[in-house]
Design a protein around this ligand. Sequence first.
Ligand code: 6PG
Length: 248
Amino acid sequence: MNTKIIQAEDGADLSRQAAHLFAELAGRAIEERGRFVVALSGGSTPRSLFQLLAGEEWRSKVEWEKVHLFWGDERTVAPDHPDSNYRMSRESLLDPLHLPPANIHRILSEEAPPERAARLYEEEIRRFFELRPGRLPRFDLIFLGLGEDAHTASLFPHTPALEEKQRLVVANPVSSLSTSRITFTEPVINHARAVVFLVGGSAKAEALKNVLEGERRPKHWPAQLIQPTEGKLFFVVDREAASRLTRS
Ligand code: 6PG
């Protein structure tokens, strides 16, 4: 599996590099299959990328009507809650681009209990990809972030979701946050054609070094689980986040 590290100067450059990659992958997918199926990451890092993609310079570089958006994970809050990954994406990308509602595949995070939200999302994915039982969806691109504890999506250290190898989406109890999260499982992420980590800031330097250069401890550093079986793996990192890496 080949891992490509794309070094950016700072947060703004990280977003520019990621926008280039997004547009390139989108063009290829649409040319080959007539659509581009993406799972967005949450947290704060992607916001500036989404704003860039929705802006004058980039919006015309992607055939947005052929882009289908999913989310790799979501907090168990309402879609208009300040912590909602969907809300962040809606404000920065969906609303400015006026994407067709049929292209937006939101995690119904307000459904309770969280396991119900996970099952509904699993059904949405199976329906969209017309999956036979036991088959995995093949996303064209899955964006991921990296937590300071080396979690990714909502695969947090020492949580049950790390062990899940059959389901596509699960509700993952995260005791360190006193909440449950809805998250893609490792098999879904590793079946993607491309996985792109966006990692910026000095606070992520230790986690990034552990994930890329540390001993293999995926229960402790869950981002180490991400090794696409047939897809490409990219880390778009800024100088601060890459400051602890020893290899180029
Ligand atoms: C979430 C995420 C999570 C995030 C990392 C990095 O729902 O929070 O999907 O995995 O990507 O925690 O978050 P920041 O970009 O805010 O540092």
